[in-house]
Write a protein that binds this ligand. Sequence first.
Ligand SMILES: [Zn+2]
Length: 56
Amino acid sequence: MPWKVRCQSCGRERTLNISFDIASQKVLYQYCPYCGKNTFNDILGYLDVSEEKKEA
Ligand SMILES: [Zn+2]
């Protein structure tokens, strides 16, 4: 499932494919490719399939 998250460290938004439901969480500890390390990420919400681009 595509989720939109924002890194609390660098502030960049990105889409993550996560197989489990994170809707009950507020933050997600995940690897940020921009920071090059694991950071806390705000979970902005589930990305609607209609918004999903084929290029991703
Ligand atoms: Zn980051």
